[in-house]
Design a protein around this ligand. Sequence first.
Ligand SMILES: [Mn+2]
Length: 325
Amino acid sequence: MPAPDPHAVRVAHALLAHDGPIVVLAHVDPDGDALGSVLTLARALRRAGRDARATMPEPPRFLRFLSEAGELHAPSDRLPADALVAVVDTELKRSIGAPLNGAVRVVNVDHHGTNPGGADVVWVDPSFASATLMVAEVVDALGVAWDAHLATPCLAGLLTDTGHLRFGNTDRRALEAAGRLIDAGVAFGELSDRLQWRHPAYYAMLAKVMGTVRFRMDGQVVLIDLTLAMRAAADADGDDSDDFVQQVRYAEGTRVAAVLKEREGLVKVSVRSRAGVSAQRICVALGGGGHVAAAGATLEGADLASAERLLLAAIETELARVDAG
Ligand SMILES: [Mn+2]
């Protein structure tokens, strides 16, 4: 095991120095990395003798097998007395639940380059493929021994944030960490299979979403819509909107793929990019954030048509920047 990152040691010291409750939480609309980070860190802290609680709204259906019954606490408006809050896989502003200003200390571990900091202890490093890999370094620094109970949610976060080790963020460190987590007892084939299960209703929703596929800007951009009407007509278990953009991101000749998700009074866009194009710059221009190759934004007050215009304008600016460079 290589020595943990010095920043992970700093985070581990801050966590171990706290004897009171530790509330571990992540972002709204939890994904596999958010859930994996929260579960891995809370479990490791309990092993280290701390009163740690994993706090999160109900995750999407395909991730629920990762947590045990009663393990996830619903977000509440009040923190326990003398609580330290550990925010993982997101910046403070996007974190859920309890008011952070009631915390005696806030620790933030995140791999989003757009994270502005602001916590008492901050470790942000966008070179990590998943927040769970940063949490893994913290676990090592805590001196907690790995087993399948810790390693399974940790590897799940890595798999979901790298598209099962396919995306451009899959580097040597990610692959070596995956190997170590498998050595710790993860049943890789079973985990990978489970993470790709989808409810039968998902396929009905997918058929409708794929009916909206269109190419823009001479085929450089592929777009799909997820409308309120589709959501209203479908079984809620079919709504796995994070997944839909994966279905079009490999369209030949495209540099940007995006899904426009219509909600009441707003549209959320989820953007993927390749070959030097920054989804992050596109989404930051729209008031959002994320990673270079995968980012998102919320367009308040927009409908699908106006959201598409704003998105295409931001993409055009980004493609012009790349092509000029
Ligand atoms: Mn993540």
